[in-house]
Design a protein around this ligand. Structure first.
Ligand SMILES: Cc1ncc(COP(=O)(O)O)c(C=O)c1O
Length: 414
């Protein structure tokens, strides 16, 4: 949960397609207060244009590496069918899936099995049967057990190995978002087991032609030196392959969550890739989730309670942490803003006009607090509150806790 008392740039998140038009917040040309009223309850809105813009700027940056590159969108971030279909129609990306149902859903949304890579953990026999029926899907095996069992059902297959360089990067210092590092994690094959994994693959007749690593989520510009170290250290794994063709850098590219976050400089990011893998004749695959969808989506809730308890003014809203788990699970900051202002944005957001609110959801759990001490223009009961950066890992991770109704999802098209 965010403490935004120290806010220095109250509308740091505004951009041409996400800002107030007069008194009303618009996303992708749509008036969010009006759209929320029509939706009739908690609602996620995703801007298709912003998703494509994110894909395009990533594609442009990858183009500067001089390497052959592919984007495989990690659909675990947001699997809303109309959005996936829209992404497929753009031709800008394939998919990274992590379960048989994700693979099936991607195909239903128009992706060919050959456009899908599969990176999973704790893979079952039933999962392997599905993969065997989809020989064109690229698999990144993250354990010796998977290699051994995959060979039985899909002999002779060409695969990638998910490796674990024992280094991680994520959002700031947040250890919860690191998938690799000092603490032994369940993901990937460590250096000390790698030769054994390669020997096993050879013995059972699988051809290893790629490496994969995903070492954390949410890294920004400040983490680029650490990410460079990860890439440099992963060359060790690549150098041991007889036929190295593919390096999958995973996802993890982050977006600013608070005013003080500096966005990832994609040119510098691409430079790190060029430095590590340029001139080696390999294809670079990336599988971002959040970077593509997070800032394209919002969750709109209605304020039903404004009440002071002791020295705290609570805004109670009609949706809780079950609709977007990250602030509670991963301690990621949450940025709440009013959908409609009582006066124009420049005036409403002036420091002297802001109030301090603690925003509480409707779930009976003490941890169900969206943000503490958020500095916002004044809000009254009946207003709509917009939670920014809700395009990734919100609807997909939501639950029916307390049997609170699920929110509806809406794709905004130009
Ligand atoms: C293997 C793998 N690839 C890609 C991603 C996407 O990560 P992000 O949304 O941070 O880009 C994840 C997220 O957990 C992952 O586990």
């Amino acid at each position: 949960m965010a403490d935004t008392t120290q806010e220095t740039r109250p509308r740091w998140w505004a951009r041409p397609d996400l800002d107030y038009v007069g008194t009303d917040l618009h996303l992708g040309g749509v008036n969010l207060a009006q759209a929320a009223r029509e939706a009739g309850g908690p609602a996620y809105f995703y801007s298709g244009e912003r998703v494509l813009a994110n894909l395009r700027r990533l594609q442009a940056a990858l183009g500067t590496t001089g390497l052959e590159t592919r984007i495989r969108y990690a659909m675990k971030a947001n699997r809303y069918g109309p959005l996936l279909t829209y992404m497929k129609a753009s031709g800008l990306c394939g998919i990274d899936a992590c379960s048989p149902n994700e693979l099936r859903h991607a195909v239903r949304c128009g992706f060919r099995p050959g456009d899908v890579s599969y990176t999973a953990t704790s893979v079952s026999e039933a999962d392997l049967q599905v993969l065997a029926r989809n020989p064109d899907t690229w698999i990144n095996c993250d354990s010796l057990s998977t290699i051994r069992r995959l060979a039985r059902v899909s002999p002779g297959r060409t695969i990638g190995l998910r490796v674990n360089p024992a280094l991680g990067v994520g959002y700031g210092e947040n250890q919860l978002l690191r998938y690799s590092g000092e603490r032994t994690s369940k993901f990937g094959i460590y250096r000390e087991h790698y030769d054994e994994a390669l020997a096993l693959a050879k013995e059972v007749g699988l051809k290893v032609e790629g490496i994969h690593f995903h070492v954390g989520c949410g890294y920004l510009d400040a983490q680029l030196p650490a990410w460079r170290e990860v890439l440099q250290s992963c060359r060790w794994f690549l150098d041991r392959l007889e036929n190295p063709r593919i390096v999958n850098l995973g996802g993890g590219l982050g977006l600013p969550h608070v005013a003080t976050d500096t966005p990832l400089d994609l040119e510098r990011w691409a430079g790190v890739i060029r430095e590590a893998f340029g001139g080696r004749g390999v294809q670079i695959w990336v599988e971002p989730g959040d970077f593509i969808v997070k800032d394209a989506g919002v969750l709109v809730l209605q304020v039903n309670t404004v009440e002071r308890k002791r020295s705290t003014t609570f805004l109670g809203v009609d949706g809780g942490f079950n609709l977007a788990m990250e602030p509670v699970f991963y301690k990621l900051p949450c940025e709440p803003v009013p959908a409609r202002l009582s006066t124009n944005a420049a005036t409403a957001w002036q420091a002297e006009n802001l109030r301090t609110y603690t925003i509480a959801g409707n779930i009976n759990e003490a941890l169900d607090i969206w943000a503490e001490n958020a500095a916002l223009p004044e809000m009254v009961e009946g207003d709509h509150l917009v939670l920014l950066n809700a395009g990734g890992y919100a609807a997909g991770m939501s639950s029916d806790h307390c049997m609170r109704a699920q929110a509806t999802e809406h794709l905004l098209l130009p």
